[in-house]
Design a protein around this ligand. Sequence first.
Ligand code: ZN
Length: 294
Amino acid sequence: MHQRYKQFLVFFILILLLLLVGFEVVSSSFKEHDPLEVHFLNIGQGDATLVQYLGSYQILIDGGPNGKKLLSELSKVMPATDRTIEIVIMTHPDKDHFGGLISVMKTYSVKMILCNGQEADTAIFQQYKKVVKDQEIKEYTFGEGSEISIGKVLELRSFNPDTTVSSKSDRNEHSVVVRMDYGENSFLFTGDADSKTEDDMLKDQEDVDVDWLKIGHHGSKHSTTDNFIKKVTPEQAIISCGKSNRYGHPHEDVLERLRSHNAEVLRTDTIGTISVKCPSSRNRCLVERADKGR
Ligand SMILES: [Zn+2]
């Protein structure tokens, strides 16, 4: 009898655990999603930004250095049942931007990659290329002037690289730079663009007024010039970098420049993943939460 009671208790606990796990899965897959969400993921020293449209269409801009970290961050913001990432934009073939994409391509079905057309002579880049080939993922160069519209109100346009320049040029200079517009809201993702690229990009641009600027090259002092901030006029400046990183990113000069132009600085190294939510194309996007120490 006593043995029976024990068996019953184990069975009961098992059922309870299954119910709890089931509830967790269901609640995360039915989580309310705003029409547009932009998550600057806390992946350490590197860049990885997930744009999620209508809760199911994902555009992942870069993948940080590390697959494990990236997959863990993606699972926190994507519905658990969604195993597809529609677009990956790989700004340039440096490990802190594509390293994590190797695991992403093995875990999710990636529909296409937009890139700068460069190759890197590194073992990890060869590994990346092999996975692209094995998974039969289509790659397209997304150079200056390229555009994509998703639905009626989400638009992506590339400012860089100039594809008439040799793709063997400096990798940071050759970063894909994307402007994204969602109704009244605008974002600029600059990869690791440096001051030279900033100057070149703005030469022929009249109005680049954006609300949200992903700061170039993790806040390095060689990016984000006074002139660039003056023309881009960001209200919020996002810096993606690792805690106490060995490069000293972000540089104090960059922070000072942003302060002098009244841009609000948000940093992944101090506040973790930064989630920007846009309730509609007519409303302003807002930071939903920036959990400390996540
Ligand atoms: Zn970088």
